[in-house]
Ligand binder design. Structure first.
Ligand code: HEC
Ligand code: HEC
Length: 420
């Protein structure tokens, strides 16, 4: 009999007891689903424009904008792996210092990058072009290429109006980077023309990124089941996953930061994970990122924003830099976490189990002299509880968006490009 019982448990023949959630736990769980519709970004007048999204998709997959013609946005944000790259540190023309995050549901974020140094999705998209480790190009060369390519030019001009005369190389020298003294010597009006076109292209990319939604995970079905009291839908999570969920919203305290439908509070925390390079942390994280965004001409309150007095703009202006920002990073979303290894801002942790082991023991935690938040305590969970938590996190995986969003397109139509 005993033998029969354990054998059938192994074979899954005997149902495990169902998990009972208290009303408080249920309220907490309901806060994590569904993912709402993408909000309109008032700082980007084209955020919902389908033509802009087609142009943006073409730009996203085009490696012709990088110095060596080999790097596109998709190099580090590959559609087949949830718009990430599976590397600890991103590699474009060189290897960078941070890990590539997923772009799924990115339009819901409040701050962009691990340190939040961009406050809109569109202004984020301007950074990679001139970053040496990524495209290592210039904004002038970028707009020049759009100008010289019939398909791009037609698409751009039908959405945003005429491009500047970029083929005038004396006026718009393609090799000049915006962080060089030569750029400062160009007439302010010409710099503004380039910056405007550059911001427009980035707004088109953001319109495309807004379509990268990922919403229907087994967890979402389970939450529907809770709302509708539907046992069929509740069965979308295994008993182990339900026990993991209970830990997540309860004893393990994960929801303190990984809260809401994206499993992120969109804020910054220093959780003291060991650095990827050994030794003390060198990355100031939010401390530096906040100053960058507040001083950027492309911020939500800047001249290229379509809503410079709106709530995004006010939020950016109102944050005050403090010591607690040092070494803090944005709480990442946990949706699709199964597909986005390795983890953390430097890809320090290879597997979900490594992340959970860290939270469980806080071994090698980097405690800093600055005023660090100390909300984390070792969890001391059992092996079985850790396995349940991992099983729950794996229930946050959704089907990828439509295949039509996963590759290059003609910028005018959004259809796959005609074969040459
Ligand atoms: C060389 C690899 C690489 C390339 C190329 C690249 N990215 Fe990224 N991307 C990253 C890394 C790394 C980060 C995080 C960097 C940081 O926080 O400092 C990031 C961050 C982002 C974010 C912020 C996501 C978030 O949750 O905060 C968005 C959006 C994004 N990239 C879109 C793009 C777009 C659009 C392009 C093309 C114009 C692009 N990326 C090109 C590696 C890359
Ligand atoms: C105090 C806020 C806070 C709490 C509590 C917290 N996290 Fe995190 N979590 C973060 C931050 C911030 C990061 C990114 C840290 C970094 O890269 O330096 C992170 C990273 C992660 C990652 C890696 C995600 C990725 O894409 O790289 C996972 C997985 C994760 N947390 C799961 C959990 C789980 C499970 C719990 C509960 C046991 C938990 N977290 C508790 C703030 C928190």
């Amino acid at each position: 009999m005993l033998l029969f019982c354990s054998l059938s448990a192994v074979l899954g023949l005997v149902a495990e007891p169902p998990v009972e959630f208290t009303p408080k736990e249920q309220r907490r769980i309901l806060q994590h689903s569904p993912v709402p519709a993408v909000p309109e970004d008032t700082t980007n007048a084209w955020s919902m424009d389908p033509d802009a999204a087609h142009l943006g998709q073409a730009l996203f997959f085009d490696s012709g904008f990088s110095r060596n013609n080999q790097v596109s946005c998709a190099t580090c944000h590959g559609p087949m792996i949830a718009w990430t790259d599976a590397l600890p540190l991103a590699t474009g023309l060189e290897t960078g210092t941070r890990h590539s995050p997923s772009l799924l549901n990115a339009a819901h974020q409040r701050w962009f990058f691990w340190d939040g140094r961009a406050d809109t999705l569109w202004s984020q998209a301007m950074h990679p072009i001139e970053t040496v480790a990524e495209f290592d190009s210039t904004r002038i060369a970028y707009i020049r290429r759009i100008h010289d390519d019939t398909a791009y030019r037609e698409a751009y001009e039908s959405i945003f109006g005429p491009l500047p005369p970029m083929d005038d190389e004396l006026r718009f020298p393609p090799g000049v980077r915006s962080d060089s003294p030569e750029w400062d010597e160009l007439p302010a009006a010409d710099r503004a023309l380039v910056d405007r076109a550059f911001a427009n292209c980035s707004k088109a990319i953001a319109a495309y990124e807004g379509r990268l939604r990922s919403v229907d995970s087994p967890f979402d079905t389970f939450v529907e089941g809770l709302r509708e009291d539907d046992p069929g839908k509740l069965a979308a999570l295994t008993p182990a996953q339900q026990r993991g969920l209970q830990l997540f919203v309860g004893e393990a305290g994960c929801r303190q930061c990984h809260s809401g439908p994206l499993f992120s509070d969109f804020e910054f925390h220093n959780i003291g994970i060991p650095t990827g390079h050994g030794g003390p942390p060198r990355d100031p994280g939010r401390f530096a990122g906040l100053k960058v965004v507040q001083n950027s001409p492309f911020s939500a309150h800047g001249p290229f924003s379509d809503d410079p007095n709106g709530s995004r703009a006010r939020r950016t202006a109102s944050v005050v830099q403090g010591q607690e920002h040092w070494g803090s990073f944005k709480t990442p979303t946990l949706r699709n976490i199964e597909r986005t290894a390795p983890y953390m801002h430097q890809g320090q942790m290879g597997q979900l189990e490594d992340v959970l082991a860290f939270y469980n023991t806080l071994e090698d935690m980097q405690v800093q002299d600055h005023h660090q938040e100390t909300v984390l305590q070792p969890l001391d969970l059992t092996e079985e509880q850790l396995a349940d938590l991992a099983a729950f996190l794996r229930s946050l995986t959704s089907p990828l968006p439509s295949r039509s969003l996963m590759g290059p397109v003609d910028p005018r139509t959004g259809k796959p490009p005609a074969k040459q």
